[in-house]
Design a protein around this ligand. Structure first.
Ligand SMILES: [Zn+2]
Length: 495
């Protein structure tokens, strides 16, 4: 279904600094590139947030009926420790420290990255190319840039001539920086560089004899600069100009600025129509950093094995938590925030289960389903505003509970429309899951489990084992399940 024909999607374009009506280059088709991870350590939770934002973008574009080619690369060579082109290749360094092959480092952390993303129910990209798989394309690109007069070779390394480029093009247009300001703010690293100017960046770095990752090139053995792979792979798989390029806010400068410069210098075209940047993830109100200890990795968050959170959080709760903020806002990860999201998520799933059992009436009253449905689309059409979408989903939750309690009614066609729309947004677009591997509702399984515990508690009380019965009640309360004793027996609630 080509739903996009009836919806006007607007995307905040970092290049113009405005929300713009989205128009793909080829009707019905979208090319999207997102900078992937550098696989030298476990994936950072902040990066998970970025990739999750673009997973939601990918899911919504597909839901609208677009054919999306989504390319997300794996950086397995060329990412130096510093943006100033000094220091070691991150992967080589890790391999040297652990005395293993660089490709073992790459394999280990690529597997870890995929495991985490699978656990969190990410859709795989259409193509996941690697830097080392595209050395030939990168060398060809460097040759074009040199031929066009925007790069120079020194001692087996090749650098992009930012000053020369800026005479005819505009370096800094994405990050809103002026070359003059960059010149003032760059420290000159004496003797550490062959560059004509400190603002120049490496396209190819000469490999010193100890460097393991190396490839032959017209300039001698070496390895590509980090910025280059994205230009080579996006051009190869999406064309010289494509629709959407995404990444974390921290990549805007210098990485994305350099990508634009490389494309314009090699091909003479601006590579991207819509630049999208996902904002940062903080932990307890502060920037995450290993050096300060204010950090948590995805495994620790999922297992509860950490000193920052009171318990483990499920993949669904983490997804729901992240979707409750706009991708363009800074998101603060806190225990309270996750607990609130867990409640919200369970409430939403309870309503989804209630929905499947609702009886249709002859007439509807309580919520205009057609206009509610359009409000859901309006939220996502407004630059993928997932928190507003979730507020609309909770208007439906309220209505579902009113129908259940006999305070509102729904007819058969509205019930079908409500069900289909909720399923589309909750499961397809937000990527939440309500079913276990058997296909049964996990919420139902949870209910059954609590019922078992209620029975055990009743038995304990009948045996006057009050220590055990209190323990069952208190431990359930500690994980947010309240037992209520009434004259018809014990019931439970999760709120
Ligand atoms: Zn990139």
């Amino acid at each position: 279904m080509q739903l996009y024909k009836n919806q006007e999607l607007k995307i905040y374009n970092s290049l113009s600094g405005k929300k713009e009506v989205f128009k793909p280059i080829n009707e019905g088709h979208i090319g999207m590139y997102v900078c992937g991870p550098t696989v030298y350590s476990n994936v950072h939770l902040g990066n998970v947030r970025t990739f999750m934002s673009f997973d939601m973008v990918f899911r919504y574009l597909k839901h609208l009926g677009y054919k999306v080619r989504y390319v997300r690369n794996i950086t397995d060579a060329g990412h130096l420790e510093s943006d100033a082109d000094v220091g070691e290749d991150k992967i080589s360094k890790k391999a040297r420290l652990e005395q293993i092959e660089p490709m073992e480092v790459v394999q280990m952390y690529t597997v870890d990255f995929h495991n985490i993303l699978n656990t969190l129910n990410f859709l795989p990209p259409s193509i996941e190319p690697t830097a080392t798989g595209h050395i030939i394309e990168q060398i060809e690109l460097i040759k074009s840039i040199i031929d066009n007069g925007f790069a120079y070779e020194v001692n087996g390394s090749v650098y992009f001539d930012v000053h020369k480029f800026n005479e005819t093009n505009e370096y800094g247009k994405l990050s809103k920086r002026k070359l003059e300001d960059l010149i003032h703010n760059t420290r000159t690293l004496d003797g550490q560089s062959d560059k004509k100017n400190p603002q120049d960046f490496a396209l190819w770095k000469k490999a010193e004899p100890v460097h393991i990752m190396r490839w032959p090139s017209p300039w001698g053995d070496g390895f590509p600069g980090w910025h280059l792979e994205c230009t080579a792979m996006s051009t190869k798989y999406l064309g010289e100009t494509f629709d959407i390029h995404g990444g974390g806010m921290d990549l805007k400068f210098p990485h994305h600025e350099c990508e634009i410069a490389q494309n314009e210098a090699a091909i003479g075209k601006s590579p991207v129509n819509y630049w999208m940047h996902a904002n940062m993830l903080e932990l307890n109100g502060q920037r995450m950093a290993k050096s300060t200890g204010n950090t948590i990795n995805p495994h620790e968050l999922l297992s509860g094995n950490n000193d920052k959170m009171s318990k483990a959080y499920s993949p669904n709760v983490i997804r729901f938590f992240m979707a409750q903020s706009s991708y363009r806002s800074v998101l603060d990860l806190t225990d309270e925030g996750l607990k609130a999201s867990e409640k919200g998520f369970l409430k939403l799933m309870e309503a989804m289960n209630t929905l499947s059992k609702l009886q249709a009436s002859d007439n509807s009253n309580g919520l205009d389903i057609n206009s509610w449905k359009q409000k859901c689309y309006d939220a996502m059409n407004d630059d993928f505003n997932s928190p507003v979408l979730i507020a609309e989903l909770f208007n439906a939750v309220k209505y579902i509970n009113q129908v259940k309690d006999g305070k509102a009614a729904i007819n058969a066609s509205d019930l079908e429309l409500l069900t289909n729309t909720l399923h589309a947004f909750v499961f397809d677009v937000l990527g939440l899951k309500n079913s276990g591997s058997s296909g049964e509702d996990t919420t139902d399984k949870l209910s059954d489990t609590v019922e078992v515990l209620i029975k055990l508690r009743a038995e304990a009380r009948a045996n006057k084992d009050f220590a055990l019965s209190d323990k069952i009640r208190d431990e359930l309360a500690a994980i947010g399940i309240q037992l209520k004793d009434g004259k018809d027996g014990t019931t439970f609630s999760t709120n």
